[in-house]
Structures are given as C-alpha cells and as structure tokens.
Design a protein around this ligand. Structure first.
Ligand SMILES: [Mg+2]
Length: 238
C-alpha cells in the first residue's frame, strides 16, 4: 500500500497559533481591568467567538470582532474609544506576528517532498492564511494549499480525489480531532493526530487510534515511521 497524498493542517500543526491568540486575549483582558477579571473576559470571548462562527467563520478577524463584542458587553456598553482602538490594534499585531514553525516540521516536509503530493488544508481568513503560508518559508515544499471555511468528510473526499488517487491512499495530519483527523477518516483517508498542549476546546474529541488507519504522534519527526508502518505493514525496528 503506497500513499499518494499527505495533507497537513497549518495552525498548531506546522506552526504555533493558539498560544498567540490566548496571549492577545490575556493582554486585552488586562486592559479591561476596570470592568472585569481577565478570566471573565476570556470566558465572554469564548462565548462570542462560538456564537459568531456561523456568521464570521474561523479566523483572526472574527476573533478580533468577538473580543470587541465581549469588551463592549462587559463594559455595560460604555467602552471608551481608546480601549476600542487597543483591541483593534491587538488584532492587527497578530496579523504581523512572525511565524514560529513547530519542531521537526521543516525537516520532515523536506524528507517527504517528491515522494508524495503534499498539501495544506486550513481554515481561517483567506488573506491571513495565505500570508502565513508565504511567510512560513514552507510554501515551496507543498504541491497545493486549500484555505477552506469548514473541514468535513465531503471536502476531504473532493480534495483527495482531485489531488491524488482518492482518500484511501491519502493521509491527513493535524492537531484537531474534530476538523482534521475524524472527518478525513470518515472520508476514507488515514488520520494522524499530533496533539498540541494548547488545544481549542471546540476541537476536542476522542481519537480512535488503532495503529492501522489512525495514529497519534508526539512530534512531526515520527510521521516517517507511521508511513513505514502503513506502507510495509510493519513497525520500524531501529
Ligand atoms: Mg490546527
């Protein structure tokens, strides 16, 4: 069994992401100390973000607007203009944040390039995600990238049919059980779960690791061993 296509999630799979969001939220929470505790702000942000996803979709712009909405509510609709500006500025600072690749990502992609079709499949704001892919310095290693509004089995099926030899010879690698591993597996692909310490609670779900079609790795460098298991039917003995 030889795989043709390996797709990767981007945020918190190839590079750091969630930690920056949490940091910005904590910083803004400090600014709002006249109105609420940072924890209260954080809770209210989660709720706004959650409620707004059907309207704004995923990504930084929706996150910024949700922080603003939370701040307006917690201030009893008296949020001063300088705090409004500070929140908008915090969102812009995130857009300018340099990309920090996760360990072993670049080496692993270099090792796999040419042997498989490598894809990025990521949710978020189109402009921001494209910018991050460019700024990561990894773009040359990928055969294609897809910035999508939702990741469901149908999407994976379509991408793996169009870019390879179908889901059964494809693999999805990511840090989110709900958007990366489970829907890709439902489409018929192999799933590889790479957990990150800061998980978005929306993304949590049990992962059916079986060492056959579903794997969990602690770091990206272990991906080659997983491919060897799938393609030779046995674990690397070294
Ligand atoms: Mg992710």
């Amino acid at each position: 069994m030889k795989l043709t296509t390996i797709a990767f999630d981007a945020d918190d799979t190839l590079w750091e992401n969630e930690g920056f969001f949490r940091q910005i939220e904590a910083d803004v929470g400090e600014l709002l100390s006249d109105y609420c505790s940072p924890e209260e702000f954080s809770r209210r942000c989660r709720k706004s973000e959650h409620d707004n996803i059907p309207l704004y979709g995923y990504g930084l712009k929706g996150f910024t607007l949700s922080m603003l909405e939370a701040a307006v509510d917690l201030s009893g609709r008296t949020l001063p203009a300088d705090l409004t500006s500070a929140i908008l500025e915090a969102g812009k600072a995130m857009l300018r944040h340099p990309i920090q690749l996760l360990p072993e990502v670049e080496e692993t992609l270099i090792a796999l390039q040419g042997r498989y079709r490598l894809l990025i499949i990521t949710k978020g704001d189109l402009y921001h995600q494209e910018h991050k892919i460019e700024a990561s310095g990894l773009a040359w290693l990928f055969d294609g990238s897809h910035v999508v509004s939702e990741k469901d089995p149908d999407l994976y099926r379509r991408i793996f049919e169009a870019d390879g030899q179908g889901p059964r010879r494809s693999m999805m690698v990511g840090n989110s059980p709900k958007s990366d591993v489970l829907p890709a597996m439902e489409a018929g692909a192999f799933g590889v779960y790479v957990p990150q310490p800061l998980a978005w609670e929306r993304d949590a779900a049990p992962v059916p690791v079986d060492g056959k079609r579903c794997f969990q790795i602690g770091r990206m460098g272990e991906l080659e061993r997983v491919l060897e298991i799938i393609e030779t039917g046995k674990a690397h003995s070294a």
